[in-house]
Design a protein around this ligand. Structure first.
Ligand SMILES: C[S@@+](CC[C@H](N)C(=O)[O-])C[C@H]1O[C@@H](n2cnc3c(N)ncnc32)[C@H](O)[C@@H]1O
Length: 285
């Protein structure tokens, strides 16, 4: 397998570690969504844009040996991680495919109408042609089969650091600009129900998860912790310097923002309103 392209957040070790943490913190929401979508043993599942495959491996355990999971991604290095980890866990029902989610029919020519459940989490917001993704899903998912999608709407306006700090808001603005400049859309879920309806799906549920994360300093006396804080913490610490390299932020803005983030982490009164994560389940007619 050869590397084809790299998505905006990168595919290096830092991003892989961040995706692992992100999955742990959000796996409860994923499981609840999969239940809503009817996941069970024996199903054929596609995880499109699976990354290193944390969700794909959970799904492989749920569908069991009588089912199978296809993990598709454009990153050969993420797929290698998935292969190594699936082997270590003796999961024999995980299949890996290197491909573009915007050309699913080309990537999976033998899977027309075979997929019972297609899952996508935090992928559609990065692709320039989301409608082609939905068209491909419509071809692969069997009639009566489902898609379950978790992604963003209102991204840059839903994230807020409290008390408000302009240097942080500048970074959030730059994150959204960087995705848009590469053809992504941090508002993608706003267009999703329409695209699903246009391509033969019925939208069964549309919900939102809104979380708050409190700073570690808030727990200095009680000895507790809010593990959700590590999600924005790893994201902003790893991605803010990349925004300088991408020309979205100056080095000074980056330094100010990381200093402000450090202050917030040490402030027992600080919390972050996390980006709203929307969840869609749709059925193929
Ligand atoms: C934020 S990560 C999410 C990974 C995984 N879905 C999860 O929730 O842990 C986005 C993933 O989408 C993949 N990706 C982005 N654009 C893609 C495309 N056009 N085709 C296939 N994969 C793509 C990236 O390589 C990356 O693995």
């Amino acid at each position: 397998m050869t590397q084809t392209a790299e998505y905006v957040l990168g595919t290096g070790r830092d991003e892989s570690v961040r995706l692992g943490l992100q999955h742990r913190l959000w796996s409860w929401a994923a499981h609840r969504l999969w239940e809503r979508a009817g996941v069970r043993p024996g199903l054929s599942v596609l995880d499109a844009g699976c990354g290193p495959g944390h969700a794909a491996m959970d799904l492989a355990q749920i569908v069991g040996p009588s089912g199978r999971v296809i993990g598709l991604d454009e990153s050969a290095s993420f797929l290698k991680e998935l292969g190594d980890e699936a082997k270590a866990r003796r999961l024999t029902n995980v299949h890996r495919v290197l491909g573009d989610v915007q050309s699913l029919e080309d990537a999976l020519p033998d899977e027309r109408g075979t997929i019972d459940l297609a899952y996508m989490r935090w992928v559609l917001c990065f692709v320039p042609r989301p409608e082609d993704v939905i068209r491909g899903l419509a071809a692969l998912v069997r009639p009566g089969g489902r898609v379950a999608i978790q992604d963003y709407f209102n991204y840059e306006f839903s994230i807020k650091l409290a008390p408000r700090r302009p240097a942080f808001e500048r970074v959030v603005e730059a994150v959204a600009a960087s995705w848009r400049r590469r053809g992504g859309d941090p508002d993608i879920v706003g267009r999703l129900p329409g695209m699903l309806l246009d391509h033969g799906f019925e939208v069964r549920s549309l919900e939102v998860v809104q979380r708050v994360a409190r700073s570690p300093a808030a727990f200095a006396e009680s000895g507790g912790a809010d593990s959700m804080w590590h999600w924005p913490d790893t994201f902003f610490r790893t991605f803010t310097p990349k925004l300088v390299a991408q020309g979205e932020l100056s080095q000074q803005e980056c330094d100010e923002a990381l200093a402000v983030w450090g202050e917030a982490s040490a402030d027992p009164a600080s919390f972050v309103l996390m980006p709203s994560v929307f969840e869609v389940v749709a059925v193929r007619r």
